[in-house]
Write a protein that binds this ligand. Structure first.
Ligand code: NAI
Ligand code: MG
Length: 355
């Protein structure tokens, strides 16, 4: 029996998670060996336990095979001291569980072709996966700081660093993901200027020998940023470091036009992962049954695929989502003329029916 820790969080978190749980209930009813328990994270956890990542949540998350998260944060928490802020809960759980591999698919569903700002012929059928290293690079490298230099002028610095082990483990995640898809991997670097990423490229090439079926290519990050808007469909899986991945994954997500559709996964070395929609807690629509639950439902599909070893169930959920879109059902964020507007729970009803 696989265990899932479910952390609804704040804002629209509980509403969108409720719809994903209905999907899991269908799968369980049909024989999938999963069970789950709930715990608070973020503001909800501060309210209940005085900490954004309390020990109850920590214990549940550590024991689980996978974690499904809604979103955290909200204006009512903005005046709290930094250690109590909801975002701290998210950073704490990522660090605690060593979730170093961030997977962000950017898929343009044909029914939502008008949501993209790019021309249909450029983006139609887009299905790429960006893999971002999440716990190293210039965001964490030491030394860092602000100091006064020899000339008496203030100077700020950060350090770009990657150890061989850190690159190898993200490379394996990327090659394994490419094996499950189109067997094409593009590693993004700035090897012409930065030693760190020259080393990154060297290690990627070395790991590639263990995956002879995958075609490995390399691209400089500035060109990759350009190619993502010029001809995004040339990519299948992309892998890159923390800072380049932060920027490129946000760029790629916008090609699809709709934040309410985008799932994400953050994985550790053993394939355990935390799955969450790419969006936040949307306080402006919280409690109104308006949110799009599909990013969360698609995050649950990623969880089935990457942490629970249930590829068939993952495809079943993704197919159900495609079916409701083909039926013309839309939450407010993706609504267009000629479609039928549904609520958050209404979209959940439709996905359950399609399953
Ligand atoms: P947001 O993603 O929550 O909202 C941006 C806009 O998109 C809003 O207009 C919202 O209504 C809309 N939106 C987001 N998700 C939607 C959905 N599923 N269906 C329909 N519309 C949706 O980003 P924002 O406003 O910058 O942040 C709000 C709060 O969320 C803040 O407290 C922020 O810190 C937190 N946040 C949490 C994240 C997480 O838990 N991983 C990530 C990003 C922000
Ligand atoms: Mg970002």
């Amino acid at each position: 029996m696989k265990k899932i820790a479910i952390l609804p969080g704040d804002g629209i978190g509980p509403e969108i998670i409720a719809q994903a749980v209905r999907v899991l209930e269908v799968l369980k009813r049909d024989g999938l060996a999963i069970e789950w328990s709930f715990a608070p994270l973020g503001g909800a956890a501060v309210d209940e336990f005085g900490s954004p990542y309390p020990s109850l949540t920590q214990n549940l998350a550590r024991e689980a095979d996978a974690i499904l998260l809604g979103a955290v944060g909200g204006p009512q928490y903005d005046t709290l001291d930094r250690p109590l802020r909801p975002e701290r809960g998210l950073l704490a759980i990522r660090k605690d569980l060593n979730l170093f591999a961030n997977l962000r698919p950017a898929i343009l569903y044909p029914e939502l072709a008008n949501a993209s700002t790019l021309k249909p012929e450029v983006v139609s059928g887009l299905d790429i996966l960006i893999i971002r290293e999440l716990t190293g690079d210039i965001y964490f490298g030491q030394p860092r700081g602000i100091a006064v230099n020899e000339l008496g002028e203030r100077e700020a610095y950060n350090t770009m660093r990657y150890s061989e082990g850190e690159i190898r483990r993200i490379a394996h995640v990327a090659f394994a993901a490419a094996m499950k898809r189109g067997k094409k991997l593009c590693s993004v670097d700035k090897a012409n200027v930065l030693e760190t990423t020259e080393f990154w490229k060297e290690v990627m090439i070395d790991v590639a020998r263990e995956y002879p079926e995958v075609e490995l290519t390399h691209m400089y990050v500035d060109n990759a940023a350009m190619q993502l808007v010029r001809r995004p469909k040339q990519f299948d899986v992309m892998v890159t470091g923390n800072i380049f991945g932060d920027i490129l994954s946000d760029e790629a997500s916008m090609l699809t036009g709709s934040i309410g559709m985008l799932p994400s996964a953050s994985l550790d070395e053993k394939g355990k992962g935390l799955y969450e929609p790419s969006h936040g807690s949307a306080p402006d629509i919280a409690g109104k049954n308006l949110a799009n639950p599909l990013a969360t439902i698609l995050s649950a599909a990623m969880m089935l695929r990457y942490s629970l070893g249930e590829e068939t169930a993952a495809v079943r959920v993704e197919d159900a989502v495609k079916k409701v879109l083909a039926q013309g059902l839309r939450t407010a964020d993706i609504f267009e003329a000629g479609c039928e507007k549904v609520s958050c729970s209404g979209m959940g009803d439709a996905v359950v029916a399609a399953l």
